[in-house]
Design a protein around this ligand. Structure first.
Ligand code: MRU
Length: 358
């Protein structure tokens, strides 16, 4: 029987004159929604991961730009555009790794440039419309990713995933999660292995919460259990999301993804990355120059509010790592299944880099 994706929550909603998000820092214990009325509030929500996941922060930043733009008093195109550029730089400073954030803001700026002749009030409307287009489009892209991904999921699949790539991390469906959801709907899923994903536990807190809501069978594991499972032949494939994919296929994703890819290679297990075109950054030749966010040391020394390490010690807390392209079996994208040679196959995305609003 077909199961619905009526998961009963919306990670991001535009409501008349403000943005409403589910505050992911409270999950899974409390479902709390927060209204964001200013660019500063959106910046803070992204920085502190109230809203997180590559597509979701792109969508939030797009609305965040509008929230600032609507208060701009300038009346000439030139001075309005300068203010918009300032807001863009500010929003981009919230989190550096997921290219979706820059991509969404660039898309808005490119759209404004194409409408230089309009009044500032009309440009403000265009910014909001573009944010809404990015939001709606993401839902379609994620659905397509899930449908396309069905091809690589075997019957009775045991799939291992990392971090959170579901509807919380995007508009709906998610990326890797969308493949899992569609495969489950086709009765192809035996069980999902969910990495807890230290330090912020997006797997334990968020993916487990979403899978439970969707009634998809899963087991939560600590991150260091993956190798043991693979050795026992309990993993058929690994599917993860992405924060930035370079032109050669090198992929930044949540810290621990590279370790999984190496393990998958050692055990001859397919390793797939699911992502929309907005995550592909053809301006970056390879993974070496992807900016890797370093986060607060307290994320490592504490679990919730509990200290788990001695005081005043040195900590290194990169939020992402880069998986080299040669460890990736394929990319599940809204534009089909992408196989090596990635320089060539990802190059086909060049004409989709910035969608221009009419
Ligand atoms: O630090 P986060 O939680 O924002 O990191 C999220 C991830 O790494 C996801 O895997 C990625 O953004 C893809 S989300 C569809």
């Amino acid at each position: 029987m077909a199961k619905s994706n009526d998961n009963g929550f919306h990670s991001i909603t535009w409501e008349d004159d403000h943005l409403r998000i589910i505050d992911q820092t409270f999950l899974p214990s409390r479902e709390i929604y927060t209204n964001l009325n200013t660019t500063g509030q959106v910046w803070e929500a992204i920085k502190n991961m109230k809203v997180r996941g590559a597509p979701a922060i792109g969508i939030a930043a797009a609305y965040g730009l509008y929230l600032g733009a609507r208060d701009i008093r300038e009346s000439s195109y030139e001075s309005f555009y300068l203010e918009i550029e300032r807001l863009k730089v500010y929003l981009e400073s919230s989190r550096p790794t997921a290219v979706n954030l820059q991509w969404a803001l660039n898309r808005i700026l490119t759209t404004i440039q194409a409408h230089k002749e309009k009044e500032v009030s009309e440009l403000k409307d265009i910014i909001l419309q573009t944010a809404q287009t990015i939001h709606d489009e993401d839902e379609r892209l994620c659905k397509t990713i899930g449908e396309i991904g069905l091809e690589i999921v075997p019957e009775e699949a045991q799939i291992l995933t990392h971090c959170n790539t579901g509807a919380l991390a995007a508009s709906k469906f998610g990326t890797a999660f969308s493949v899992i959801w569609h495969a489950h709907r086709e009765n192809k899923v035996n069980s999902i292995w969910v990495d807890e994903t230290r330090p912020l536990l997006q797997g334990a807190r968020l993916t487990a919460w979403e899978l439970k809501k969707e009634k998809i069978p899963f087991k939560l594991i600590t991150d260091n259990t993956a190798g043991f499972l693979m050795q026992q032949e309990l993993v058929d494939l690994v599917i993860v999301g992405a924060d930035r994919i370079a032109a050669n296929g090198d992929t930044a994703n949540k810290i621990g993804t590279y370790t999984l890819a190496v393990l998958a290679k050692a055990h001859d297990i397919p390793f797939y990355v699911a992502a929309p075109y907005s995550t592909i950054d053809l301006s970056i030749e390879n993974g070496d120059t992807i900016p890797i966010e370093e986060r607060d040391t307290a994320e490592v020394t504490k679990i919730g509010s509990k200290e788990i390490a001695p005081a005043k010690i040195e900590v290194y807390n990169p939020a992402f790592d880069v998986t080299p392209h040669h460890l990736i079996t394929g990319f599940i994208t809204d534009n089909g299944l992408i196989r090596p040679d990635y320089k060539k196959s990802l190059g086909n995305f060049a004409d989709r880099e910035v969608g221009l609003e009419k």
